[in-house]
Design a protein. Structure first.
Length: 168
């Protein structure tokens, strides 16, 4: 098993079906509950476990998910209100070392729950035209909203697999 990419790397075809988009939205919608189910009973010692040597611990992973999904939500809103905006990447590895990564995971779990409720509300109302809107990532180029939905469905599942592996 690849410890860094336990579910494989994200990939999708050039053409994305509405069925794929709906499946991905469902993954994003159910993610907070699935995450809570996995981390709900973890004690302080288990939260220190890492999924691989040099990898983030469970606490850092939960806080990273909140940071990353919050950034994605903002990118969606920018793409829906501006013409192909260039987004600002962030140094996620440095964010994971900031003092707030030591907070109880319940802080980020509550944020993820609320954020996903707002995010999914928007996602479920996107038109076909809106799904084709783009933003520019300085490293990855133009990204459509429909592709980014898939990327973040994968992102949640990717880190959920990391957490499960760290618990073992």
């Amino acid at each position: 098993m690849n410890e860094r990419y336990p579910i494989g790397q994200f990939s999708c075809g050039e053409s994305i079906s509405s069925e794929e988009v709906q499946l991905w939205i469902h993954e994003i919608k159910t993610f907070p509950a699935r995450l809570n189910e996995v981390v709900n009973e973890l004690d302080e010692e288990l939260l220190k476990n890492t999924y691989r040597e040099g990898g983030w611990n469970i606490r850092q992973l939960v806080h990273h998910i909140a940071d990353s999904h919050l950034n994605s939500y903002i990118r969606f809103k920018l793409a829906l209100t501006e013409n192909n905006p260039t987004i600002k990447p962030y140094a996620e590895e440095k964010w994971a070392e900031l003092p707030d990564s030591n907070l109880p995971i319940e802080v980020s779990l509550a944020l993820i729950q609320s954020l996903h409720e707002r995010w999914v509300y928007i996602l479920e109302k996107l038109t076909v035209v809106q799904l084709k809107r783009t933003f520019t990532h300085p490293d990855a180029g133009d990204i459509t909203l429909e592709k980014n939905i898939g990327l973040y469905a994968w992102h949640g599942n990717h880190h959920l697999a990391h957490i499960r592996n760290a618990i073992k």
